[in-house]
Every structure is written in C-alpha cells, then in structure tokens.
Design a binder for this molecule. Structure first.
Ligand code: PMP
Length: 285
C-alpha cells in the first residue's frame, strides 16, 4: 500500500503518497494511541460522511485525546482527498494518533495529535464469498468488557484481537471469525456486525461492548421501514442452531450473507438478498 501514485492528506496538507510516513518513535505505534474510520464513497459521495467524522472525534475522546480539527474541517479534508483520488467509488480511511514528541513513556499528553486521510479502491470485502455466503470460524478471543477498555471506540488497540482472530480463521479456510463477548454472548465479526433471521423476524446482538456500526443502524432502519420486527438482544451461542439466515454489516463488508459459522449452516435466503440489494441502492441514491 505504500508504493503507489497519489496524495494523502496529513495534518492539513496533501503529501505525496510515498512520502506519507511517520517517525518510528510515534507514540501510537508503541501504545496503540490511535483511532480510525473506514468509510465508503459511492458515485463521488461518502455515505454517512458526517456520522463517520463524528465517530472519529468521539473515539479519540474515549481514548483520551482531542483531534485538533472540527467536524467541518474533517469533512472538507475528506472531500479534498476524494476529489484528488479521481475515484467515484472509494474506501476512505481517516486515522488520528498521538505522534512523536516530548514523551516516550505510556503518558503522552505533550505529544502532538495528528490526522491523516487516504482514499483508494477497495472492492467486495469478502471477495467471492460476498453473495454465496461467507464461512466464519469462531474466535477464541472474546470482545472485552467496557470496564476493561472503551469498547465503543474505533480504536487501534481493540483490533489486536480482531487481527489474531481473522488470521486463525483464514488459516482454516474461513473468510472471517465470529467473536463472543466476555459474558459468552454472540458479539460480532472482526470488522462487521452480525444479524440473524428466524421465522421472518430479525435478531441482532445488543451493541453494549462493541461498535454500534453505522451500517448496522442503517440496516435496522431499513428493516423497520419494511415492517420487520428487529430484536436487539443478548444472543446465546446455542441459539445459532435455530436461526435460518445470517448476514454481516459494515462499511467495508456492506451487507454480506453468511453461509456457515463453525458447524452451523445458514441459507442465503430471500430477506438476506433483499437487504443486500436495498442497501446497495440506498448508498447510491
Ligand atoms: N465492528 C467492527 C469491529 C468494525 O471494525 C466495524 C467496521 N467499522 C463494524 C463493526 C461496522 O461498523 P460500520 O458499519 O460503522 O462500518
């Protein structure tokens, strides 16, 4: 990803893609003092752009730093990056972090807070699995309690267990892993929220220790508009046996059907397909 043409917005300036580097003693690299956003532009416009900028600011506050730009400034920077990329459909990554400065210990209050934004092309997150139904492994790592870490922040530190879970899943030929939470309830995948269908109703875990994804909220709204009952509740692993359909939601994943989790199988059913198609229409409307 580092060797390509283009420009990345860094701390207020557009810099050459290959020159968008940071020093090795950057605090974030040692202590995970970093938050980020994953966004998608469709037809030249970022879907729910402002919601993403607001979440970025909130994530930073949750891990104890303030991004030195207003929401409007971040919005303008993202628009500039997107225009410079020349792309109509793009993935947009904003990242904010504690830089290098006076402090090299755990505390870093005197180090500058930095912000960078890049955009590139990113097709279907689960590749071929997209409409056939992704196969998920079950992770041995559990989503932590909000008393252990600010689990609603989209913060780098929370992705360590996601990366390990996804690596283990891929080694078994799976596209991703489903994670339980610290209490044993079904939580989410490593970069996407999860939904189940049973008897025409939808069940999805209560987001009390993981991201209440922007796509998740959008899809719940779409389901309710169709008059479909959505149960946001704690879901026990044994219940997976009784669910007929399953899908994941996320900015990168969009709506991806799931065909299998561990030994549990699901059909890529009519509602799953309808929601995936409707979401695609919505983001382009
Ligand atoms: N959970 C995790 C761990 C994620 O990384 C993401 C992607 N940001 C999501 C859920 C879905 O969030 P969103 O729909 O806002 O992209």
């Amino acid at each position: 990803y580092d060797n390509r043409d283009g420009h990345i917005w860094m701390d207020g300036k557009m810099v050459d893609w290959r020159e968008a580097n940071v020093h090795i003693l950057t605090h974030a690299m040692h202590y995970a003092s970093s938050v980020f956003e994953g966004e998608r532009a469709y037809n030249g416009k970022i879907f729910k752009s402002r919601e993403h900028s607001e979440r970025l600011k909130r994530s930073a506050e949750m891990i104890d730093f303030e991004i030195p730009y207003t929401i409007d400034e971040i919005e303008a920077a993202k628009a500039e990056v997107l225009a410079a990329s020349g792309l109509q459909d793009a993935y947009v990554r904003a990242v904010a972090w504690r830089g290098v400065g006076e402090d090299m210990g755990v505390a870093s209050a005197r180090n500058p807070v930095r912000l960078a934004i890049a955009a590139w092309e990113w097709g279907a997150y689960y590749g071929d699995a997209k409409m056939k139904g992704a196969k998920l492994d079950i992770s041995k790592w559990k989503r932590p309690s909000p008393e252990t870490i600010p689990s609603h922040a989209k913060a780098a530190g929370l992705y360590m267990i996601c990366t390990m879970s996804k690596h283990a899943a891929e080694a078994k030929g799976c596209s991703d892993a489903m994670m339980y939470d610290y209490r044993g309830y079904v939580a989410e995948a490593t970069g996407a929220n999860i939904f189940f269908v049973k008897d025409g109703e939808v069940h999805t875990p209560t987001p009390d220790c993981f991201l209440n994804g922007i796509t998740r909220q959008t899809v719940i709204g779409m389901l309710k508009d169709k008059g479909i009952t959505v149960h946001e509740r704690h879901i026990m692993p044994e219940e997976l046996e009784g669910f007929e359909q399953c899908w994941l939601t996320g900015t990168a994943a969009e709506v991806t059907p799931v065909g299998q989790i561990g030994d549990w199988k699901f059909e890529v059913g009519a509602l799953t397909r309808e929601i995936a198609t409707d979401y695609e229409k919505l983001v382009r409307s």
